[in-house]
Design a protein around this ligand. Structure first.
Ligand SMILES: NC(=O)c1ccc[n+]([C@@H]2O[C@H](COP(=O)([O-])OP(=O)(O)OC[C@H]3O[C@@H](n4cnc5c(N)ncnc54)[C@H](OP(=O)(O)O)[C@@H]3O)[C@@H](O)[C@H]2O)c1
Length: 214
């Protein structure tokens, strides 16, 4: 498929390479195309770079991978009409421009209203699915952390969009837990806070969540 990635940071580049590895075509959207020269050099003919609007038009599936504070602005640049009826994989976390407190990130959202709910409300005809937000980029694509598959928690209102994301996560080596509708992002987004604490306190960044079940 054609994947349009909004975001030139480490997440956009890592997922871009992952999608190419699994046979997809990728266009990364950015306001600073020069940042992606190295990525283009390793991506071959299935990787390209453009504006946020270019990437959104290119993608049959969109990946949102920008700073949480910039998410609404970047979706505005992508364009409401372009996002209509498309699956938007939302990797973002609502991290505030404030330092962590004893290793605990600060968010700009409230506990009973997540960033993804805000994005979904603003773009009701796009189909947002929260995914990849609760793990570090180094483990997003086919993570190798022992015998068991880690769990990716997802949520979103549209079942067809979630089916698409589940297929992708399966090929990317994840066990999937579908937590339901968009409101579940209130529980998934804060997992990033928990995930980052061992990193900030002890410089441990190579872990992922697993839901143990009987
Ligand atoms: N890093 C991780 O391991 C990790 C793991 C899970 C989830 N996440 C989440 O994934 C998202 C991307 O993270 P990241 O670490 O790859 O990079 P990031 O530094 O959080 O975001 C980089 C992207 O944000 C855009 N951006 C930043 N400020 C902007 C502004 N004021 N206006 C417009 N665009 C702006 C940049 O635009 P340009 O392209 O124009 O420079 C770039 O595309 C974040 O929401 C993060 O919380 C990150």
């Amino acid at each position: 498929m054609k994947i349009g990635i909004l975001g030139s940071g480490i997440v956009g580049q890592t997922l871009g390479s992952g999608f190419i590895k699994h046979g997809h075509q990728v266009k990364i959207g950015t306001g600073n195309p020069g940042k992606l020269n190295d990525w283009l050099g390793i991506s071959g003919t299935n990787g390209s770079v453009g504006s946020f609007a270019d990437a959104a038009s290119f993608g049959e599936i969109i990946v949102l991978a920008v700073k949480g504070t910039a998410a609404l602005d970047v979706l505005g640049k992508a364009g409401e009409e372009t996002l209509k009826n498309k699956t938007v994989i939302d990797t973002t976390n609502p991290i505030a421009e404030l330092p962590p407190v004893n290793g605990v990130l600060q968010y700009f959202t409230r506990q009973n209203y997540s960033l993804m709910e805000e994005l979904q409300a603003k773009y009701p005809q796009a189909n947002f699915v929260k995914a990849f937000s609760c793990v570090g980029n180094a483990l997003m694509v086919n993570p190798d952390i022992g015998a068991q598959k880690p769990t990716m928690f997802i949520a979103g209102n549209d079942d067809n969009a979630k089916s698409q994301v589940k297929k992708i996560l399966d090929t990317f080596g994840w066990e999937i837990e579908d937590m339901g509708k968009v409101e579940a992002a209130r529980a998934i987004e804060p997992l990033c806070i928990l995930w980052c604490i061992p990193g900030f306190l002890e410089n441990r960044w190579m872990h992922a969540f697993k839901l143990l079940k009987k």
